[in-house]
Design a protein around this ligand. Structure first.
Ligand code: GLU
Length: 428
């Protein structure tokens, strides 16, 4: 069996598959299977010791027929242009499936942020904007946080853009800190959005949430709020989460026989995402192999780390109790694993539907920035819940009507909306 490891090949394979099902016009297909624009640039940064290091940066705008490009900026040591292309493409589908008036974009810098001091991070964040500011903006392309970037970095980036543009422009970037142009509810939005989607899937499958167990991969922003949401809102149990250990360069699963307490785990997790293992063990936690999460006896699997985690090999480990896979990460499942999942009957909440909560509240943030009027946290989360529920229902309806896999149904809904916008604008 061929193994897909390149994320952009994966995004194109998924798209091609549905384009064929839809008998999409070959010219339209040609427009959509590649990003419309991409920028490659070098970012010289003065380090604290006085030396200068040059970082490679990217910003990719896949499609902006429905509105300004939208999507995060990743700081990751293994970043590649193909990963950014894939993620930008998925953002187009994500904004369309959530019915946001936005297109798809993504940015990246090849860097391990854990190796930078706070001042170096600020200079790199500002340097990124100095290189790209003429090609982004509230009506062109609006970045946001993603893997390796934080609300504070978004605050610096917004400040740098405002300085260069000569006027305060909070709507150029979302995911900013609250009090600095950010929206209440943005931090928890992606993880909670995953839980709203899981709740709807459980309703459809007639599962009782409080008797369900979830196994989560990752313990970053998405995983943390998915874990608290699963426990607080659904009253279910979380069997495990997982970590990447920078020092050992290995991942491991952290589980607890009685269910993990994510709020406690946060207190023993450092700012780079590594856990204090002895504190975990002292509190009854087990430290297991990195792939252990996927084999857990759970009803719901939530991959909320990086792309390519459920692949031809790891899919064989999925426990037979699993009924739902909720993709909190972008691109966690490879096309080979998808084939196995289709046969298994497991209900899939595909990434660009399941994790659309983050960009949905980013959209709310930019609306609040434009109005200069801010909503309460409850108002934000209520609107998020409504939007996630409507997006879920639209994709489920398509899956049932066309008798297709949920990922293909999500693509069908998204592609139809983007194609319609291109038609209405006279592009095709
Ligand atoms: N980076 C997040 C995502 O992949 C959020 C993007 C945004 O808020 O624009 O959906």
């Amino acid at each position: 069996m061929a193994v897909t490891t390149n994320a952009f090949e994966m995004a194109q394979q998924q798209f091609d598959h549905v384009a064929t099902l839809l008998k999409l016009d070959p010219q339209v297909r040609e427009i959509l299977r590649w990003p419309l624009r991409e920028y490659h640039f070098r970012i010289p940064v003065r380090m604290d010791d006085g030396s200068i290091r040059v970082f490679q940066g990217f910003r990719v705008q896949h499609n902006d027929a429905r509105g300004p490009s939208k999507g995060g900026i990743r700081f990751h040591p293994a970043e590649t242009i193909d990963t950014v292309r894939a993620l930008a493409t998925w953002m187009t589908w994500k904004c369309a499936v959530a019915d946001l008036p936005l297109g798809g974009g993504k940015g990246g810098v090849i860097v391990d942020p854990a190796t930078l001091t706070i001042n170096e991070k600020e200079r790199l964040a500002r340097g990124y904007i100095q290189q790209i500011w003429k090609n982004i903006g509230p009506r062109n392309d609006v970045p946001a946080p993603d893997v390796g970037t934080t609300p504070q970095m978004m605050g610096w980036m917004m400040d740098e853009y405002s300085r260069l543009a000569g006027c305060y422009t909070p709507g150029v970037i979302t995911g900013k800190p609250v009090g600095g142009g950010g929206s209440l509810g943005r931090t928890e939005a992606t993880g909670y959005g995953v839980i709203y989607a899981v709740r709807e899937a459980m309703r459809y499958l007639n599962l009782e949430p409080s008797s369900c167990v979830a196994a989560i991969q990752g313990f970053g922003n998405v995983a943390q709020y998915a874990a608290t949401g699963f426990i607080d809102q659904l009253k279910g149990k979380v069997a495990c989460v997982s970590y990447w250990d920078r020092a050992d360069r290995t991942s491991y699963t952290v589980s607890h026989p009685g269910g993990v307490d994510p709020r406690f785990l946060v207190t023993i997790t450092d700012q780079y995402g590594s856990i204090d293992k002895s504190a975990a063990r002292a509190n009854g936690y087990l430290i297991e192999d990195g792939n252990a999460w996927i084999g857990k006896e759970a009803d719901v699997l939530i991959p909320a780390a990086l792309e390519g985690q459920i692949n031809a090999e790891t899919v064989k480990l999925v426990n037979e109790r699993v009924k739902i896979i909720a993709e909190g990460a972008n691109g966690p499942t490879t096309p080979e694993a998808d084939e196995a999942l289709k046969d298994s009957g497991i209900f899939l909440l595909p990434d660009f539907l399941c994790n659309a909560g983050g960009v949905t509240v980013s959209y709310f943030e930019s609306v609040q920035n434009d109005m200069n009027f801010y909503w309460t946290r409850d108002e934000v989360l209520q609107r998020l819940d409504t939007r996630m529920t409507i997006a879920f229902e639209g994709v489920l309806e398509m899956a049932l009507q066309e008798k297709v896999y949920m990922r293909d149904a999500a693509y069908m809904v998204a592609i139809a909306r983007v194609v319609k916008a291109m038609e209405l604008r006279g592009w095709i």
